[in-house]
Design a protein around this ligand. Structure first.
Ligand SMILES: Cc1cc2nc3c(=O)[nH]c(=O)nc-3n(C[C@H](O)[C@H](O)[C@H](O)COP(=O)(O)OP(=O)(O)OC[C@H]3O[C@@H](n4cnc5c(N)ncnc54)[C@H](O)[C@@H]3O)c2cc1C
Ligand code: FES
Length: 256
Protein backbone atom coordinates (compact mmCIF):
# COMPACT_ATOMS: atom_id res chain seq x y z
CA UNK A 1 0.00 0.00 0.00
CA UNK A 2 2.91 2.38 0.71
CA UNK A 3 3.25 3.38 -2.94
CA UNK A 4 -0.36 4.63 -2.99
CA UNK A 5 -0.35 6.27 0.46
CA UNK A 6 1.67 9.48 0.45
CA UNK A 7 1.83 13.05 1.71
CA UNK A 8 2.00 15.75 -0.91
CA UNK A 9 2.60 19.52 -0.64
CA UNK A 10 -0.38 21.75 -1.36
CA UNK A 11 0.38 24.17 -4.20
CA UNK A 12 -2.80 26.24 -4.38
CA UNK A 13 -6.37 26.54 -3.17
CA UNK A 14 -8.73 28.70 -5.20
CA UNK A 15 -12.42 29.49 -4.81
CA UNK A 16 -13.78 29.40 -8.37
CA UNK A 17 -17.47 30.13 -7.75
CA UNK A 18 -19.63 31.00 -4.72
CA UNK A 19 -19.70 27.25 -3.87
CA UNK A 20 -16.85 25.50 -5.66
CA UNK A 21 -13.10 25.26 -4.88
CA UNK A 22 -10.04 23.89 -6.66
CA UNK A 23 -7.22 22.39 -4.63
CA UNK A 24 -3.89 21.60 -6.29
CA UNK A 25 -1.01 19.59 -4.87
CA UNK A 26 2.35 18.44 -6.24
CA UNK A 27 2.24 14.69 -6.90
CA UNK A 28 4.24 13.76 -10.01
CA UNK A 29 3.87 9.97 -9.61
CA UNK A 30 0.11 10.17 -9.00
CA UNK A 31 -0.36 12.63 -11.89
CA UNK A 32 1.34 10.14 -14.19
CA UNK A 33 -0.66 7.05 -13.28
CA UNK A 34 -4.16 8.29 -12.40
CA UNK A 35 -6.89 7.50 -14.92
CA UNK A 36 -10.13 9.45 -15.52
CA UNK A 37 -12.87 8.27 -13.14
CA UNK A 38 -10.48 7.10 -10.42
CA UNK A 39 -10.61 8.83 -7.07
CA UNK A 40 -8.31 9.71 -4.20
CA UNK A 41 -9.10 9.25 -0.52
CA UNK A 42 -7.95 12.27 1.50
CA UNK A 43 -7.25 12.48 5.22
CA UNK A 44 -8.71 15.94 5.70
CA UNK A 45 -7.41 16.68 9.22
CA UNK A 46 -4.27 16.06 11.24
CA UNK A 47 -6.24 14.48 14.08
CA UNK A 48 -8.93 11.82 14.37
CA UNK A 49 -11.93 14.05 13.64
CA UNK A 50 -13.34 13.29 11.15
CA UNK A 51 -12.00 9.76 11.48
CA UNK A 52 -12.57 8.52 7.92
CA UNK A 53 -10.92 9.82 4.79
CA UNK A 54 -13.06 11.61 2.20
CA UNK A 55 -13.17 10.54 -1.48
CA UNK A 56 -12.68 13.00 -4.36
CA UNK A 57 -12.41 12.52 -8.11
CA UNK A 58 -9.26 13.72 -9.79
CA UNK A 59 -10.19 16.87 -11.74
CA UNK A 60 -6.87 17.47 -13.48
CA UNK A 61 -3.43 15.86 -13.52
CA UNK A 62 -0.66 17.50 -15.51
CA UNK A 63 2.96 18.64 -15.14
CA UNK A 64 3.29 16.85 -11.79
CA UNK A 65 0.26 18.61 -10.30
CA UNK A 66 -2.99 16.89 -9.28
CA UNK A 67 -6.16 18.91 -8.71
CA UNK A 68 -9.51 18.20 -7.13
CA UNK A 69 -12.64 20.29 -7.67
CA UNK A 70 -14.94 20.28 -4.67
CA UNK A 71 -17.93 21.71 -2.89
CA UNK A 72 -17.69 22.04 0.89
CA UNK A 73 -20.84 20.27 2.10
CA UNK A 74 -19.84 19.10 5.58
CA UNK A 75 -17.09 19.01 8.15
CA UNK A 76 -14.50 17.11 6.08
CA UNK A 77 -14.77 19.05 2.86
CA UNK A 78 -14.99 22.37 4.78
CA UNK A 79 -11.62 21.55 6.40
CA UNK A 80 -10.10 21.37 2.93
CA UNK A 81 -11.01 25.03 2.35
CA UNK A 82 -8.46 26.03 5.03
CA UNK A 83 -5.51 24.35 3.29
CA UNK A 84 -2.66 26.67 2.40
CA UNK A 85 0.31 26.48 0.05
CA UNK A 86 2.99 24.37 1.77
CA UNK A 87 0.56 22.35 3.93
CA UNK A 88 0.75 18.62 3.39
CA UNK A 89 -2.09 16.48 2.12
CA UNK A 90 -2.28 12.82 3.13
CA UNK A 91 -3.62 10.99 0.08
CA UNK A 92 -4.50 7.36 -0.61
CA UNK A 93 -4.83 6.60 -4.28
CA UNK A 94 -5.46 6.39 -7.12
CA UNK A 95 -8.36 4.09 -6.21
CA UNK A 96 -11.21 2.46 -8.06
CA UNK A 97 -12.06 1.46 -11.57
CA UNK A 98 -11.65 4.19 -14.23
CA UNK A 99 -13.86 5.01 -17.22
CA UNK A 100 -13.24 2.86 -20.28
CA UNK A 101 -11.66 5.08 -22.97
CA UNK A 102 -13.95 5.48 -26.00
CA UNK A 103 -13.16 3.05 -28.84
CA UNK A 104 -11.72 4.54 -32.04
CA UNK A 105 -15.02 3.98 -33.90
CA UNK A 106 -17.08 6.12 -31.49
CA UNK A 107 -18.43 9.19 -33.30
CA UNK A 108 -19.97 11.11 -30.40
CA UNK A 109 -19.05 11.30 -26.72
CA UNK A 110 -21.65 12.72 -24.36
CA UNK A 111 -20.60 13.57 -20.80
CA UNK A 112 -23.58 14.17 -18.52
CA UNK A 113 -22.69 15.73 -15.19
CA UNK A 114 -24.83 16.92 -12.31
CA UNK A 115 -23.20 19.55 -10.06
CA UNK A 116 -19.87 18.38 -8.71
CA UNK A 117 -20.38 15.18 -10.71
CA UNK A 118 -18.86 16.95 -13.71
CA UNK A 119 -15.44 16.96 -12.00
CA UNK A 120 -14.02 13.71 -13.45
CA UNK A 121 -14.94 14.77 -16.99
CA UNK A 122 -12.30 17.52 -17.00
CA UNK A 123 -9.48 14.96 -16.70
CA UNK A 124 -11.31 12.68 -19.11
CA UNK A 125 -11.60 15.44 -21.75
CA UNK A 126 -7.90 16.32 -21.23
CA UNK A 127 -6.95 12.72 -21.93
CA UNK A 128 -9.12 12.19 -25.03
CA UNK A 129 -8.47 15.56 -26.64
CA UNK A 130 -7.16 13.90 -29.82
CA UNK A 131 -10.14 11.54 -30.20
CA UNK A 132 -11.96 12.57 -33.38
CA UNK A 133 -15.50 12.15 -32.00
CA UNK A 134 -17.86 15.09 -31.44
CA UNK A 135 -17.72 15.83 -27.68
CA UNK A 136 -20.52 17.29 -25.60
CA UNK A 137 -20.99 18.05 -21.92
CA UNK A 138 -24.54 18.30 -20.63
CA UNK A 139 -24.17 20.04 -17.30
CA UNK A 140 -26.90 20.45 -14.71
CA UNK A 141 -26.58 22.63 -11.62
CA UNK A 142 -28.93 24.04 -9.01
CA UNK A 143 -28.32 27.72 -9.85
CA UNK A 144 -25.72 30.16 -11.19
CA UNK A 145 -23.66 29.59 -8.03
CA UNK A 146 -23.45 25.92 -8.96
CA UNK A 147 -22.02 26.53 -12.42
CA UNK A 148 -18.38 27.21 -13.19
CA UNK A 149 -16.16 28.38 -16.00
CA UNK A 150 -16.44 25.96 -18.90
CA UNK A 151 -13.47 27.50 -20.73
CA UNK A 152 -11.20 24.52 -20.14
CA UNK A 153 -13.80 22.08 -21.46
CA UNK A 154 -14.21 24.27 -24.54
CA UNK A 155 -10.39 24.34 -25.01
CA UNK A 156 -10.58 20.55 -25.12
CA UNK A 157 -13.09 20.73 -27.96
CA UNK A 158 -16.12 19.96 -25.77
CA UNK A 159 -19.40 21.76 -26.57
CA UNK A 160 -21.14 22.62 -23.31
CA UNK A 161 -24.90 22.79 -22.75
CA UNK A 162 -26.13 23.92 -19.35
CA UNK A 163 -29.36 23.58 -17.40
CA UNK A 164 -30.11 25.04 -13.98
CA UNK A 165 -33.05 24.30 -11.69
CA UNK A 166 -33.91 28.02 -11.45
CA UNK A 167 -33.02 28.97 -15.04
CA UNK A 168 -30.32 31.46 -13.90
CA UNK A 169 -27.94 29.93 -16.50
CA UNK A 170 -28.85 27.95 -19.60
CA UNK A 171 -32.11 26.05 -19.93
CA UNK A 172 -34.46 26.05 -16.91
CA UNK A 173 -34.94 22.60 -15.46
CA UNK A 174 -33.07 19.36 -14.94
CA UNK A 175 -30.18 18.22 -17.09
CA UNK A 176 -32.61 15.79 -18.77
CA UNK A 177 -34.14 18.90 -20.46
CA UNK A 178 -30.95 18.95 -22.53
CA UNK A 179 -31.41 15.45 -23.93
CA UNK A 180 -33.70 16.78 -26.64
CA UNK A 181 -31.05 19.38 -27.67
CA UNK A 182 -28.60 16.78 -28.91
CA UNK A 183 -28.55 15.08 -32.28
CA UNK A 184 -27.43 11.56 -31.56
CA UNK A 185 -24.76 10.09 -33.84
CA UNK A 186 -24.80 6.44 -34.96
CA UNK A 187 -22.01 5.49 -32.52
CA UNK A 188 -22.56 7.47 -29.32
CA UNK A 189 -20.98 6.74 -25.94
CA UNK A 190 -22.41 8.26 -22.76
CA UNK A 191 -20.47 8.90 -19.56
CA UNK A 192 -22.35 10.22 -16.55
CA UNK A 193 -21.76 11.20 -12.93
CA UNK A 194 -24.06 12.98 -10.51
CA UNK A 195 -27.03 12.47 -8.20
CA UNK A 196 -28.73 9.07 -8.47
CA UNK A 197 -32.08 10.39 -9.83
CA UNK A 198 -30.16 12.12 -12.63
CA UNK A 199 -28.25 8.96 -13.48
CA UNK A 200 -31.52 6.98 -13.44
CA UNK A 201 -32.88 9.43 -16.05
CA UNK A 202 -29.69 9.01 -18.10
CA UNK A 203 -30.04 5.22 -17.91
CA UNK A 204 -33.65 5.43 -19.16
CA UNK A 205 -32.61 7.78 -22.01
CA UNK A 206 -29.79 5.43 -23.03
CA UNK A 207 -32.14 2.46 -22.99
CA UNK A 208 -34.72 4.15 -25.23
CA UNK A 209 -32.04 5.10 -27.78
CA UNK A 210 -30.03 1.89 -27.38
CA UNK A 211 -26.85 3.77 -26.36
CA UNK A 212 -23.86 2.38 -24.52
CA UNK A 213 -22.65 4.17 -21.45
CA UNK A 214 -20.85 4.21 -18.13
CA UNK A 215 -21.77 5.86 -14.84
CA UNK A 216 -19.56 6.92 -11.95
CA UNK A 217 -21.29 6.56 -8.57
CA UNK A 218 -20.79 8.59 -5.42
CA UNK A 219 -21.51 6.98 -2.05
CA UNK A 220 -20.47 7.78 1.49
CA UNK A 221 -17.25 5.82 2.09
CA UNK A 222 -15.20 4.53 5.01
CA UNK A 223 -12.22 2.30 4.11
CA UNK A 224 -12.20 3.08 0.37
CA UNK A 225 -10.56 -0.28 -0.28
CA UNK A 226 -13.41 -2.77 -0.59
CA UNK A 227 -13.01 -4.11 2.97
CA UNK A 228 -15.89 -2.68 5.02
CA UNK A 229 -18.66 -3.03 2.39
CA UNK A 230 -20.03 0.32 3.63
CA UNK A 231 -20.36 1.74 0.13
CA UNK A 232 -22.26 -1.18 -1.41
CA UNK A 233 -24.93 -0.44 -4.00
CA UNK A 234 -27.39 -2.69 -5.83
CA UNK A 235 -26.45 -3.75 -9.36
CA UNK A 236 -27.89 -6.35 -11.74
CA UNK A 237 -25.12 -8.69 -10.49
CA UNK A 238 -26.04 -8.16 -6.80
CA UNK A 239 -24.45 -5.71 -4.36
CA UNK A 240 -21.12 -4.22 -5.41
CA UNK A 241 -18.78 -1.76 -3.64
CA UNK A 242 -18.42 1.69 -5.17
CA UNK A 243 -14.83 2.06 -3.95
CA UNK A 244 -13.43 -1.22 -5.27
CA UNK A 245 -15.83 -2.59 -7.92
CA UNK A 246 -16.56 1.00 -9.09
CA UNK A 247 -16.92 3.92 -8.88
CA UNK A 248 -17.43 3.40 -12.63
CA UNK A 249 -20.04 0.83 -13.67
CA UNK A 250 -21.75 0.01 -16.93
CA UNK A 251 -24.79 2.28 -17.14
CA UNK A 252 -27.10 -0.71 -17.58
CA UNK A 253 -25.58 -2.53 -14.57
CA UNK A 254 -27.00 -0.06 -12.05
CA UNK A 255 -30.29 -0.67 -10.24
CA UNK A 256 -32.07 2.50 -9.18
C1 LIG B 1 -15.90 8.31 -5.90
C2 LIG B 1 -16.31 9.64 -5.34
C3 LIG B 1 -15.86 10.81 -5.93
C4 LIG B 1 -16.23 12.06 -5.42
N1 LIG B 1 -15.74 13.17 -6.03
C5 LIG B 1 -16.06 14.38 -5.53
C6 LIG B 1 -15.52 15.55 -6.12
O1 LIG B 1 -14.77 15.50 -7.11
N2 LIG B 1 -15.85 16.74 -5.56
C7 LIG B 1 -16.68 16.84 -4.47
O2 LIG B 1 -16.96 17.94 -4.00
N3 LIG B 1 -17.21 15.75 -3.90
C8 LIG B 1 -16.90 14.52 -4.38
N4 LIG B 1 -17.41 13.40 -3.79
C9 LIG B 1 -18.28 13.58 -2.61
C10 LIG B 1 -17.41 13.85 -1.38
O3 LIG B 1 -16.68 12.70 -1.06
C11 LIG B 1 -18.33 14.23 -0.21
O4 LIG B 1 -18.95 15.47 -0.46
C12 LIG B 1 -17.52 14.35 1.06
O5 LIG B 1 -17.04 13.08 1.44
C13 LIG B 1 -18.40 14.90 2.16
O6 LIG B 1 -17.64 14.88 3.35
P1 LIG B 1 -17.93 15.96 4.48
O7 LIG B 1 -17.21 15.54 5.70
O8 LIG B 1 -17.67 17.32 3.95
O9 LIG B 1 -19.48 15.86 4.66
P2 LIG B 1 -20.28 14.96 5.69
O10 LIG B 1 -20.38 15.72 6.97
O11 LIG B 1 -19.70 13.58 5.72
O12 LIG B 1 -21.67 14.93 4.95
C14 LIG B 1 -22.38 16.13 4.65
C15 LIG B 1 -23.63 15.77 3.86
O13 LIG B 1 -23.26 15.25 2.57
C16 LIG B 1 -23.77 13.93 2.40
N5 LIG B 1 -22.77 13.15 1.68
C17 LIG B 1 -21.51 12.86 2.08
N6 LIG B 1 -20.86 12.14 1.15
C18 LIG B 1 -21.73 11.98 0.14
C19 LIG B 1 -21.67 11.31 -1.12
N7 LIG B 1 -20.58 10.68 -1.53
N8 LIG B 1 -22.76 11.35 -1.92
C20 LIG B 1 -23.87 11.98 -1.51
N9 LIG B 1 -24.00 12.63 -0.35
C21 LIG B 1 -22.95 12.62 0.47
C22 LIG B 1 -24.00 13.41 3.80
O14 LIG B 1 -24.99 12.39 3.81
C23 LIG B 1 -24.45 14.65 4.53
O15 LIG B 1 -25.81 14.93 4.28
C24 LIG B 1 -17.07 12.14 -4.28
C25 LIG B 1 -17.52 10.97 -3.68
C26 LIG B 1 -17.16 9.74 -4.20
C27 LIG B 1 -17.65 8.49 -3.55
S1 FES C 1 -15.76 2.18 1.68
FE1 FES C 1 -15.27 0.25 2.59
S2 FES C 1 -15.90 -1.13 1.06
FE2 FES C 1 -16.14 0.79 0.08
Amino acid sequence: MSDILKSYPVVALKQVSPVYFRLAFAAPGLARVVKPGQFIHIKVSEGFEPFFRRPFSVYRAHDGIVEIFFEPVGKGSRLLTSKKRGDTLDVLGPLGKPFTPPAAGIKQIVFIGGGIGAAPFMLFSDRIKVHKAEKLLLYGGRSKAHTFSMTDFKKNGVRVLTATDDGSVGVKGRVSELFKEIRLAPATMIYTCGPRPMMAAVQAFAKVHDLRGEASCEEVMACGLGACLGCSIPTVHGYRTVCHDGPVFGLNELVF
